[in-house]
Design a protein around this ligand. Structure first.
Ligand code: C5P
Length: 336
């Protein structure tokens, strides 16, 4: 019997541009994902032997919990057997644009094969991840990434320094499909226009700014979220809250994903604390940017009982007996 408690970190979209509707019904995105320190905790207990049995203790009874779907998908792909008992302790606000459900699903995809000693390649994990949701693949990597396509085409970026983050969670629920519909985007086939060059230029400027400009020195003008227009139209209080963050010195102050969480980035912990106090009792979380090395280090600490290498995705030393008959060669590197 093995038991581990793994972290499932939240993300922000530092910027999120929605270009147009694709033939498959999804939208073409240009986004910058950023992992932050706020995390759910997933406890996984595994007893080998016997037929496959998966259970989830979910104190919040989340409808359609992706944890179970992810466990079923990865169990099938990695030919897992035995008993899997999971427990999910939520800390990431739900339906808030912070990727809570997606990161829980990715945590399952990383943890179960590692515990069973039946590793999957990163390509296999990415395929499963995308079948669960557009931003699940990002959580297999963590850190800072450019996300193209549905958000699954990922290019690692270095993590900007000094990212002290305030999250304000006003408790407004925004439906993601509804937010996309409200954008009323044209089909991608018409996307040679209206203005591809400014869009590309905006995005290039953002990436350059993230690499060179410190928060507090002008990120706001490079970071956009196309959902703010339609979502603030429905919930004007979110716009007022974003203004408060700006006045408290946040740079940028934006909504994450399709909302409704607003975030402010501050250049120091002192400024972050001051801002937290200035919001006067509204529910806030204070956290930080997390880079890819720290993301992986947190995973290796959590899996220390079963994983003794620093290969990614994490693998237990018992791995080879289970997988060598099915595949040739080591798992592919995750970095594109
Ligand atoms: O992929 P995921 O299940 O997270 O997407 C939820 C919904 O958000 C989709 O059904 C779709 O309506 C919308 N979506 C989209 N384009 C994307 C990602 C999501 O239209 N790139």
């Amino acid at each position: 019997m093995h038991e581990v408690v793994v972290p499932a970190f939240a993300k922000l979209n530092l910027s999120l541009l929605v270009l147009g509707r694709r033939g498959d019904g999804y939208h073409e995105l240009r986004t910058v994902f950023q992992t932050i320190g706020l995390a759910d905790r997933l406890t996984v207990r595994h007893q080998s032997g016997g037929p496959l049995r998966i259970t989830l203790d979910d104190p919040l009874s989340i409808p359609g919990n992706l944890v179970l779907k992810a466990a079923q998908a990865v169990a099938e792909a990695a030919h897992l057997r035995g008993t899997w008992e999971m427990r999910l302790d939520k800390r990431i606000p739900m339906g808030g644009g912070l990727g809570g459900g997606s990161t829980d699903a990715a945590a399952v995809l990383l943890a179960l094969p590692a515990l069973a000693g039946r590793p999957l390649t990163m390509a296999e994990l990415e395929r499963l991840a995308l079948s669960l949701g557009s931003d699940v693949p990002f959580f297999l990597h963590g850190g800072t990434s450019l996300g193209l396509g549905r958000g699954e085409e990922l290019y690692p970026l270095s993590t900007p320094a000094a990212g002290h983050v305030l999250l304000a969670t006003p408790g407004v629920h925004v439906s993601t499909p509804e937010a996309f519909r409200r954008l009323g985007r044209a089909s991608v086939s018409e996307l040679t226009l209206p203005d591809p060059i400014p869009t590309l230029e905006t995005f290039r400027a953002l990436v350059a700014a993230l690499m060179t400009v410190r928060p507090g020195a002008g990120w706001q003008r490079y970071c956009h979220n196309d959902f703010e227009g339609p979502v603030f139209g429905l919930h004007p209080e979110l716009s007022a809250l974003r203004r408060k963050l700006e006045l408290a010195g946040a740079d940028p102050a934006r909504m994450s994903g399709s909302g409704s969480t607003l975030f402010g980035v501050f250049p120091s912990r002192a400024k972050l604390r001051e801002a937290g106090e200035s919001l006067g009792g509204a529910p806030v979380v204070l956290t930080r940017f997390m880079n890819r090395a720290r993301y992986r280090a947190a995973w290796f600490r959590a899996l220390a009982k079963v994983v003794r290498t620093t290969q990614w995705p994490p693998q237990s030393p018992y791995a080879s007996h289970a997988s060598s008959s099915r595949r040739s060669g080591p798992p592919r590197s995750t970095i594109r």
